[in-house]
Design a binder for this molecule. Structure first.
Ligand code: PEP
Length: 250
């Protein structure tokens, strides 16, 4: 059994005061058991969120990190810095980071290996652009990205990895993939993992869908056999909507 996981990706939104107000509301709201809950916030808000979420089942996530331990990397943050403030998950290889910050499969792979070394759980994003989809390249793109991100991992480490399939054309656009299409591509990602790490490992890896997920459509994704939750941007910014997503995932 794979436990569903709902992770909010706040991107570059929320001051510490705004994040704290969200956390108080989310903490007070009731959620069904059996769904793992994560909030991936800007670095500045993480310590305040950690204090408010202490003793709850809402885990802290970051949205990026460097792969090096420390050094002359102005503006970067290391895995142990995230660990130190109680971060559990880290989003790696989000399409916005690939597009605007030149992340490649190779750097994503280095980050995945560094995260695991520091007991951080990576949420690894893969997904095709609209042009790639229209050119019939979706399967090839997700295969290359999945193989690239997971290069040099041992099968046992896959238990600590979450994959998020996020078609780029569906992120922040309101144009979500149909649940059936998302499931089809996620099944391809699972197949790629099976070829590399074995069927048993692949059957245990959690793979989320991301791209304009909302309280109104979460149930359709969760009804699919290969979809194990969602990575959610816009709809995760309001506590009530975040709680509805969590409740819709169980
Ligand atoms: C995301 O940021 O990863 C995302 C899927 O955004 P949205 O839910 O707003 O499409």
């Amino acid at each position: 059994m794979r436990t569903p996981i709902i992770a909010g990706n706040w991107k570059m939104f929320k001051t510490i005061a705004e994040a704290s107000a969200f956390a108080e509301e989310a903490k007070a709201g009731s959620t069904k058991a059996g769904v793992e809950k994560v909030v991936c916030a800007p670095f500045t808000a993480l310590p305040a969120l950690g204090q408010i979420f202490a003793g709850t089942d809402i885990a802290l996530g970051a949205q990026n990190m460097h792969f090096e331990e420390q050094g002359a990397f102005t503006g970067e943050i290391s895995p142990s810095m995230l660990k130190e403030i109680g971060v559990k998950y880290v989003i790696l290889g989000h399409s916005e980071r690939r597009q605007y910050f030149n992340e490649t499969d190779e750097t994503v792979n280095k980050k995945v290996l560094a995260a695991l070394k520091h007991d951080l759980l990576p949420i690894v994003c893969v997904g095709e652009s609209l042009e790639q989809r229209e050119a019939g390249q979706t399967a090839t793109v997700v295969r290359t990205q999945t193989e690239g991100a997971l290069a040099d991992l041992e099968a046992a480490q896959l238990a600590n990895v979450v994959i998020a399939y996020e078609p780029i054309w569906a992120i922040g656009t309101g144009k979500s993939s149909t649940a059936e299409d998302a499931n089809e591509t996620i099944a391809i990602v699972r197949q790629v993992i099976a070829e590399r790490f074995g069927q048993e490992t692949a059957a245990q890896v959690r793979i989320q869908y991301g791209g304009s997920v909302k309280p109104e459509n979460i149930a359709s994704y969760m009804a699919q056999p290969d979809i194990d939750g969602a990575l959610v941007g816009g709809a995760s910014l309001v506590a009530d909507s975040y709680l509805q997503l969590v409740n819709g995932a169980s």
